[in-house]
Design a protein around this ligand. Structure first.
Ligand code: NDP
Length: 471
């Protein structure tokens, strides 16, 4: 059976656009919003776009959809999702499908899959990325949970999803339980990392190299044309620097308060990385950077801290500066992706999700916020095709072995010597520098642990576990 009727519950930014997307693809769509005025406004604006049924209750919605149907919830994550499910399910029949397409935390999704299975309702927890434009024109979608529900929704979701640029669509079954929302959470963690790396690049180009907004716009736009950095986030960054302020003179970027908001998916990524024991320093530094931007009292207390910048590295010529920043950004972005995939790999093992990481990378090639040419590398790296794996390994090796690595180190010297914080870029460098070392200084940590706590240590030259009296 293939779904040809969709109920959309929650007509906020995302829900309204998802509903329109489904209708544009020939599906009958019943729409419902807790605040009825919102449903009425939606109908006023978009009724003509497709076959919509306006509903003021779940009862109405269930009556309006009597074909092969699914109910897609797009409301605020957390208790609101449970509240909607509790009110909706008494009206459903066994075998009906609920899709939670918001940014739910994956343990909640794991629980909901089980709870609904007991009631005979098939549940998909589906990550959706692409913002409001993506939701309307083609998002990247990450459904996990009941596989038979996916089979029934596959045609509809494929029609609604973005193209991946390789002849496929940006949607694939992710795995059981909460895996769809887990993968979306990691997507958002990587998004935090890349956005922070772009912010640091901006800071250095502006405050070390003296770039104007026009030069910044031109630089990021040029990078978006190249083969390493072409991506949605670089593209919109260029456009941000072009935007003039319509309230006062100058560019809008210079009027925007510097406290970054967050809704929790970055924090969840950090918490889960700690939980699974996976290092994701580029991403963690980005979460910390947002927290620090909002620590306004602390920042005010430290504003007059003495900053010594008399060790300044000589400033390269503007053209060279641009190529240094580009290399630093490119290699650092690679580490953000790398860490995200490592986290998914480890969690997949622990939960037996059997995630297909190549497919995860492929469905991020279009529609989503972190879409980028670089994801092709990861789609190859995790594919089962050995020659694709080799191509990806060679690409990564070439990037790190050339001049780019020298540029990344120089970028950090230039920023550090001038007192400009580059936490995610530094974390990216440290990630690389930690992983390539044959001997890490954690031998000392092991010695200290054995010294004060008899925690024992292993030796390089003998098998077994040792403890010594250190004094
Ligand atoms: P909005 O704030 O625009 O809309 C929220 C919706 O949730 C409204 O329809 C609201 O109804 C409904 N709602 C809130 N609480 C309840 C409740 N207790 N019972 C029933 N309905 C409720 O949010 P978005 O559309 O931006 O986001 C929706 C989901 O999609 C979230 O999980 C979000 O994290 C996720 N998401 C958002 C993206 C974005 O770019 N905005 C991108 C990807 C995912 P009412 O009008 O009555 O208040």
């Amino acid at each position: 059976m293939s779904i040809n009727q969709l109920g959309v519950i929650g007509l906020g930014t995302m829900g309204a656009n998802i509903a329109r997307n489904a209708a544009r693809n020939g599906t009958k769509v019943a729409v419902y919003n807790r605040t009825t005025e919102v449903t009425k406004d939606f109908m006023k604006q978009f009724e003509g776009e497709g076959n919509f049924a306006s509903c003021e209750s779940y009862e109405d919605m269930v009556k309006a959809l009597h074909g092969e149907r699914a109910f897609l919830i797009m409301v605020k994550a957390g208790p609101a999702v449970d509240a909607v499910i509790a009110d909706l399910t008494p009206h459903l029949q066994k075998g009906d499908i609920i899709i939670d397409a918001g940014n739910s935390h994956y343990p909640d999704t794991e629980r909901r899959v089980e709870e609904l299975k007991e009631k005979g309702i098939r549940f998909l927890g589906m990550g959706v990325s692409g913002g409001e434009v993506g939701a309307l024109e083609g998002p990247s979608m990450m459904p996990g949970g009941d596989k038979s529900a996916w089979e029934d929704c596959k045609d509809l979701l494929s029609k609604m999803a973005a193209d991946d640029g390789l002849g496929g669509k940006c949607v694939a079954y992710i795995g059981e339980g909460g895996s769809g929302h887990f993968v979306k959470m990691v997507h958002n963690g990587v998004e935090y990392g890349i956005m922070q790396l772009l912010a640091e690049t901006y800071d250095v180009l502006k405050n070390v190299a003296g770039y104007s907004n026009e030069q910044l716009a031109e630089t990021f736009a040029a990078w978006n044309e190249g083969e390493d950095l072409q991506s949605f986030l670089v593209e919109i960054t260029a456009k941000v620097f072009e935007k003039k302020d319509d309230i006062n003179d100058g560019h809008l970027i210079d009027k925007i308060h510097d406290v970054a908001g967050q809704k929790g998916t970055g924090k969840w990524t950090t918490i889960s990385a700690l939980h699974y024991g996976v290092a994701i320093p580029t991403i963690n530094a980005a979460v910390d950077a947002r927290i620090m931007s909002g620590s306004e009292e602390l920042r005010a207390e430290h504003r007059k801290d003495p900053v010594r910048t008399d060790l300044e590295e000589p400033l390269p010529k503007p053209e060279q500066m641009r190529s240094i920043a580009r290399s630093a950004l490119h290699l650092s972005v690679l580490t953000a992706y790398e860490q995200g995939f490592e986290l998914m790999k480890v969690a997949s093992k622990e939960h037996n999700w059997d995630l297909n990481l190549s497919e995860c990378a492929r469905i991020w090639l279009g529609g989503c916020i972190i879409r980028s040419v670089l994801l092709k590398v990861y789609s190859d790296a995790f594919s089962e095709d050995v020659s694709r794996q080799k191509t990806a390994a060679m690409y990564k090796e070439q990037q790190w072995s050339g001049e780019k690595q020298v540029h990344l180190r120089l970028f950090l010297e230039l920023s550090t010597s001038r007192g400009i914080a580059t936490p995610s870029t530094s974390a990216a460098m440290n990630y690389f520098d930690t992983l390539h070392r044959k001997d890490l200084p954690q031998s000392l940590v092991q010695a200290q642990r054995d010294f004060f706590g008899a925690h024992t240590f292993k030796r390089k030259d003998k098998n077994g576990v040792f403890h010594v009296e250190w004094e």
